[in-house]
Structure formats: C-alpha cells, structure tokens
Design a protein around this ligand. Structure first.
Ligand SMILES: Nc1nc2c(c(=O)[nH]1)N[C@H]1C(S)=C(S)[C@@H](COP(=O)(O)OP(=O)(O)OC[C@H]3O[C@@H](n4cnc5c(=O)[nH]c(N)nc54)[C@H](O)[C@@H]3O)O[C@H]1N2
Ligand SMILES: Nc1nc2c(c(=O)[nH]1)N[C@H]1C(S)=C(S)[C@@H](COP(=O)(O)OP(=O)(O)OC[C@H]3O[C@@H](n4cnc5c(=O)[nH]c(N)nc54)[C@H](O)[C@@H]3O)O[C@H]1N2
Ligand SMILES: [Mo]
Length: 655
C-alpha cells in the first residue's frame, strides 16, 4: 500500500506471494475508496430515534462503553449472562481482529456462544465426518491434475486466485468441468459445463461412482487399506445406475456417463468444491458423497488428486481460549438462526446483542423476522462497524471500528495455506478503534481485570502463531509464512493418515448400507406441491464485486454491481410476459423483494438466479433474504439459502 500524508493512495498485491502473485480481485482493488468515504463512522453514537430509524447522536468512547457495561451488568443480574448474545461473523477473517477477543470476554462472562453455522456448516460437517476435518489437496497443486471438477463454486468470482492453477492444469492438457445449475462466467470458461438441477449433487456423485465401479476402475487396494465402509458404499453405488442418477439431476444420461468415464480414466482428478452447493436441504449428503469419490478412484495417491473445499484443517495456527482465563460453559446459538434467537428463544430470552464483523439485517435468512427481532424495544443492541449498516440502524450504541489497513492483524484465508502479517499502514480516521481495543476497553468498563483481557494485539499474534512455531517478530520480517501441516508438492493422504478417529476415510459411520451416504432430497426444491405455487427455484450466490454485504454501500462496488437483478430462462420469462429490464416482485410466503429481469439461457427452466448481499435500506427495505427460510440442512445445522422457491410477477408500481 502506498501512503501519502497519512492516507492510503494505492493498493497493490505482493508479486512474490506464492498463491496470489500480486493479483488483487476487483472488489479489493477498490478497497481504499471506502476507507475515507463520507459515510464512514468516525465517532461512537447513541440512539435518539426509534429502533431501526437510524437516528443517533455523537457520544464519547467512555460514555458509550459505560452505557454498554451498565446494560450488560443489569442483564446479567436480571436474566443471567446467557441473555447476552455476541454475534461475531466474517467481516474480517483476520485471526486477531475477528473473534479472538470477543470470545475471550464473552466466554469469561458466560454469555451465550455464537456458533458459526451461516457460511460453511454443512460442508464442514460432511468433511469432518468423512475425512476428519477441512482437509484436502494443496490448492497450489491443482495444476497437476488431469481432470478438474469445479463443483458448485464460481471460481472466477469467489476464489479468483485459484484460477491461475486451473489454467495451469489446462495448459498441461487437463479437462476442466464446471458442475453448476447456472452457466456462470466460470462455467463459460470451462471445457464442459454439467448443468444439473439444484440440490441433486449427491445423485450425480453416486451416478459417477457407479460408472467408475462398472468400468472396474475403483481402487480396491487403496480402499482396503485406507477406507472404512467400502462394502456398504459399494452396495449403495449399485443402487444408482446412470439412468436413475440422471433422472434425479435432470441431465442427459449420456452426459453423466461420459463424465463418469473421464473420472474413471483420469488420474489425478482434482475436485475443487466450495460452499455454493451446500446451501440446500440435502447438502450434507451431497458433500459426503463428493468426499467419497477420491477414495473410490484412488486419487489420494497422487499429488493434485483428491477433494478440497477449505484449507483450515491443515493449518497449524490456532485461536484457543487461554488456559489461565476462566470460562463459563454456556448455550450455543447458531448465527444462521438469529430470527429464532430474537423472537422465540427463552430461558433466558436474548436481552442484549453485541454485533461485530457482521450485518445480519442483510445477510441472515428469514430477514423479516430478524428485523422484527432487532426492533424489539426490550432488546439492547450494540454494533461495531465501519458504516451505518441496516443492523446498525437498529442499535442502541454504535461503535466505529478500524478496517484492515488501520489495525494489526494476522491475515489468513480458507483457500490457501499462508498467514500474512498485516501491519497498520495508515492512521485510523476519527475515533475508530480496532475490534480488539473495543473489547479491552469494554472489559475494563465492566471491571473485568484479568490480564488475558488486556493482551495487546502483538500478544494475541504471538498466541495465534505459537502452535506453528512462528514468532510475530519473524512473521513481521518475512511478511508471510506457510502454515500447512504438509509440504507443497506432496500427496498428504497417499498412505491414509486422515484426521478421523480411524485414520481412514470414513465412508459410513457404522459399516452398513443404512449408514452409507445416499441422495437426500432438498426441502423446497424437491417439494412438488410447493412448486405449484412457487414454480421457480431461486439461487442467490456471491456477487463478483462485493464480499457479502461489506462493499454494498460503496460507490464503485455498487455501480459495478448494478441494481438487484433476477435471471430468468426465456421459457419462464415468456410464460410471464416478461422481458429484460422489466421490474418484478420476487415473492413467497415469507416475503418479497424487487428486481430487474434479465432473460438468459444461462439458467435452466424453473431455476432463477440472483445475487446476495444488497443493503435492504438501499433497495426498498428488503433483499433476497426476505424470501429465504430459517431452516437447516441435513448436516451441521447449516442454513439453506439456495433451497428457496419463489414466484415472480411484474411489479405493480415501477421503481
Ligand atoms: N466476489 C466475492 N467473493 C466471495 C464472496 C462474495 O460475496 N463475493 N463471499 C465469500 C464467502 S463468505 C463465501 S462462503 C464464498 C462462497 O463462494 P462459492 O462457494 O463459490 O459460493 P456461492 O457464490 O454461494 O455459489 C457458487 C455456485 O454454486 C452454485 N450452486 C447453487 N446451488 C447449487 C447446487 O445445488 N449444486 C451445484 N453443483 N452448484 C450449485 C451457484 O449457482 C453458484 O454459481 O465466497 C467468498 N468469496
Ligand atoms: N441469500 C443468501 N444469503 C447469504 C449467503 C448466500 O449465499 N445467499 N451467504 C451467507 C454467507 S456464506 C455468509 S459468510 C454470510 C455473511 O454475512 P456476514 O458475516 O454478516 O457478512 P457481511 O454481511 O459482509 O457483514 C460484515 C460486516 O462486517 C464489517 N466489517 C468488516 N471488517 C470489519 C472490522 O475489521 N471490524 C468490524 N467491527 N467490522 C468489520 C463490514 O463493514 C460489514 O458490515 O452471509 C450469508 N448470507
Ligand atoms: Mo461465507
């Protein structure tokens, strides 16, 4: 970052960084725009208007934190500490500024625990139960594969640094396949696009394995040594001939058979999945079935072979509760179930909410109910953020937080194996404080004087890096370090050694067919009766120029993103008399939002596509989450954002 007169004037990636090679994605290349934007929060605020109105007056840090401390103490006295709910999400993924200090303080107080289910819970649970954690091939070795399956992920949009390795594989002759109900930009740039019906990935995986076994290409030797439950899975695979699988996926059986044949004959095959396919009722089963594939094909033997969703299962750095800081066990509340937590949870009810790194009034499912909960007069809400989000509008106290270039952090990601030292490069504007400092001062205001609640950011970095055998001094000098528990260019599980209880791939929990993974239908997608009233399945995936709702108020990002749009297949548009540019209302029993129609055969008939993350207050008070349900998938208590049926009709009032 280039700094002139204390202001960041330009941002560039480090060219010698092994994974990113200095490339910045579109949204981050304009990151600096938002730091000094006129809507940046500069001072602590307290509410003067009605809840949700967003009217505040400036106050001092001391007064703001004393108010929070008093209300928290009163809440603890009257209802117990579990009546306080911290809501900490992924606004920053930096280890120091994300959840580390809030977890210390709220754990010490015995507040309810915020359980992070909103993003990856089904995938995490599926990987945990099959492979023992978020593990897989090295993303930098993907270019060694001869077949690459980009399965339910829009790489060019959400994981753009992986693309260089995809191109590397292709240059060496690999065949690249996108498996996605939508012809995304990624799918357009692949050699083949398998456009299955949403929520049917388990059937596809079982059908593909059926072809592999039929051709005798399964690796019985490796399975015998490094897998548990193969006989049961084999019986299950027998039940999924190509025709049956293709019917469920609504694909031409020839497409499935030919991909199965490629899979049978291409070693190594790299299955790069992420989180788009796991926002469905049957997602846990789908991801477990996908996790079984490399065991069947023997791909773990090879560098660049196997499956990968997230890299954190290999990371040697860790955020742990300090052993000398007392902690009170408390109930967990899923962060994808905030509507329930604020409107029905009892014993005790949630009376105080502390939001940091999150914008649930835009990003949570069942948005109407979330907002009704936030509007409760008896709920005391604190929000720390960079700007007045929809969530902050409901706050009693708003705290101005620093952003990446303004605070110290140890930055990580879940798509590569590096930690990066992130030194503050510019002064914080106004009175903004790092999340860590906000918590240190809150702890002091509450009279919690344990030394672990006043550790400096440097102390915190030391604790995080310690398990990897790195010091903050070293990382500061070197810039970044690889923290994976295996070497690049090796096959981490060639000889088994998975972090499961058995050390093997666990294809079934108990070795019988009943335990072998099977296709689990989605909640709404496969509900024929509901389809009568709500004929369109709506997928709301990540936008290229946003990171969730984080840039959704910034000029450049919003301009590039444009207004909320809904892509409809020409058949679905024609039957509704709609054309590109028409304004529609997208609705179901839970709510509605407005969007502009784009007619395109990038979608399938019966499937509509939109983008997550708009700020409701910029788009008529609603967004796509006004229509999504608070309902869990089959594993991990994960939310089911893409398992959503809607109807689309011309808007009665033009916007
Ligand atoms: N630019 C940008 N990058 C981001 C984010 C962002 O908001 N913007 N968000 C970040 C976050 S928090 C996350 S979790 C990741 C998510 O990144 P991804 O895992 O890529 O997730 P999504 O964008 O939700 O969905 C990816 C693709 O899954 C497809 N999909 C939907 N349903 C199904 C299905 O049933 N089967 C299959 N096979 N595919 C399906 C969608 O059509 C979509 O193209 O991206 C991260 N990166
Ligand atoms: N319909 C639909 N909804 C979805 C999804 C979907 O696919 N479809 N995806 C889901 C997924 S995968 C995720 S991860 C969630 C994301 O939901 P959230 O984790 O709530 O993410 P954001 O909405 O981006 O809100 C993050 C907030 O943190 C703030 N922030 C950033 N850095 C800092 C910091 O250093 N300090 C403080 N105090 N604040 C900071 C940002 O300004 C922003 O307002 O959304 C989910 N919602
Ligand atoms: Mo996410």
């Amino acid at each position: 970052m280039t700094v002139r007169d204390g202001r960041g004037v330009s941002l560039a990636g480090a060219r010698d960084h092994p994974f990113t090679r200095g490339a910045l994605c579109g949204k981050v290349s304009h990151y600096l725009d938002g730091l000094r934007a006129p809507d940046r929060l500069l001072h602590p605020l307290r509410r003067v208007g009605a809840k949700g109105e967003g009217r505040f007056e400036e106050t001092t840090w001391d007064d703001a934190l004393q108010l929070v401390a008093d209300r928290f103490e009163e809440t603890i006295d009257r209802y117990g500490a579990e009546a306080i709910l911290p809501y900490i999400s992924g606004g920053t993924l930096g280890k120091i500024q994300m959840a580390m200090m809030p977890e210390r303080l709220f754990g010490y107080l015995g507040a309810s625990r915020s359980v992070d289910t909103i993003c990856s819970a089904a995938t995490s649970a599926a990987f945990d139960t099959t492979l023992g954690g978020g593990v897989g091939f090295d993303p930098e070795d993907l270019d060694r594969a001869n077949l690459v399956l980009l399965w339910g992920t829009n790489t060019l949009s959400t994981n753009v640094h992986q693309w260089r390795f995809v191109l590397g594989a292709r240059e060496r002759g690999a065949h690249i396949v996108a498996i996605d109900p939508i012809r995304t930009e990624t799918a357009r740039n692949c050699d083949e696009h398998v456009q299955l019906f949403p929520g049917t990935d388990a059937a596809l995986a079982l059908g593909l394995m059926h072809v592999v076994v039929e051709l005798g290409a399964h690796d019985t030797d490796w399975l015998g040594r490094h897998a548990v439950g193969w006989p049961a899975l084999q019986r299950r695979i027998d039940e999924w001939p190509v025709e049956r699988a293709a019917a469920v996926c609504q694909l031409d059986p020839a497409v499935l058979r030919s991909l199965g044949e490629r899979l049978a004959t291409s070693r190594p095959t790299a299955i790069r999945t992420l989180l788009g396919l796991q926002r469905h009722g049957g997602a846990g089963a789908a991801v477990r079935a996908i996790c079984a594939i490399p065991a069947v094909t023997g791909d773990w033997r090879h560098v660049g072979g196997g499956v990968l969703a997230v890299t954190w299962g290999h990371s040697q750095i860790a955020v742990e509760h300090p052993s000398d800081l007392p902690k009170t066990e408390a109930r967990g509340i899923d962060n994808s179930r905030l509507a329930e937590a604020l409107t029905t949870t009892d014993d005790p009810p949630v009376k105080a909410l502390f939001v940091m790194n999150a914008n649930p009034a835009a990003s949570c499912p069942a948005l109407g109910r979330v907002r009704a909960g936030l509007a409760r007069e008896d709920l005391f809400t604190v929000v720390a953020d960079h700007r007045l989000t929809d969530t902050a509008d409901f706050a009693d106290v708003v705290l101005p937080a620093t952003a990446g270039p303004e605070h110290l952090d140890v930055a990580t990601g879940y798509g590569h194996h590096y930690v990066i030292w992130s030194e503050p490069a510019v002064e914080a504007p106004g009175e903004c404080l790092p999340n860590t400092e906000i918590i240190r001062r809150l702890a002091a205001a509450m009279g919690c004087d344990h030394p672990r609640l006043s550790d400096s950011d440097f102390d915190l970095a030391r604790a995080v890096l310690k398990p990897a055998g790195i010091t903050p001094e070293q990382l500061r000098t070197e810039g970044w370090a690889r923290v994976a528990n295996f070497e690049r260019g090796t096959a981490p599980f060639a000889e088994g050694g998975f972090p499961t209880p058995s050390g093997k791939v666990e294809l079934t929990p108990n070795g019988d067919t009943a335990g072998a993974v099977d296709y689990v239908p989605s909640h709404e997608i496969s509900d024929e009766q509901l389809a009568q009233r709500f004929p369109l399945v709506l997928i709301a995936a990540a936008g290229r120029f946003l990171t969730n709702s984080t840039f959704a108020a910034s000029g450049w990002h919003l301009k590039k993103t444009g207004p909320p749009r809904i892509q409809l297949h020409p058949d679905d548009a024609a039957s509704r008399g709609l054309d590109t540019g028409d304004h529609v209302e997208v609705s179901n029993d839970r709510g509605a939002f407005s969007a502009e129609v784009v007619v395109t055969d990038d979608t399938r008939p019966g499937v509509a596509f939109t983008q997550k993350s708009y700020w409701p207050k910029k788009t008529g008070g609603t967004n796509v989450n006004s229509t999504t349900a608070e309902r869990d998938a089959d594993l991990g208590r994960a939310p089911t954002f893409h398992d959503n049926r809607v109807q689309v009709a011309r808007a009665t009032i033009a916007r």
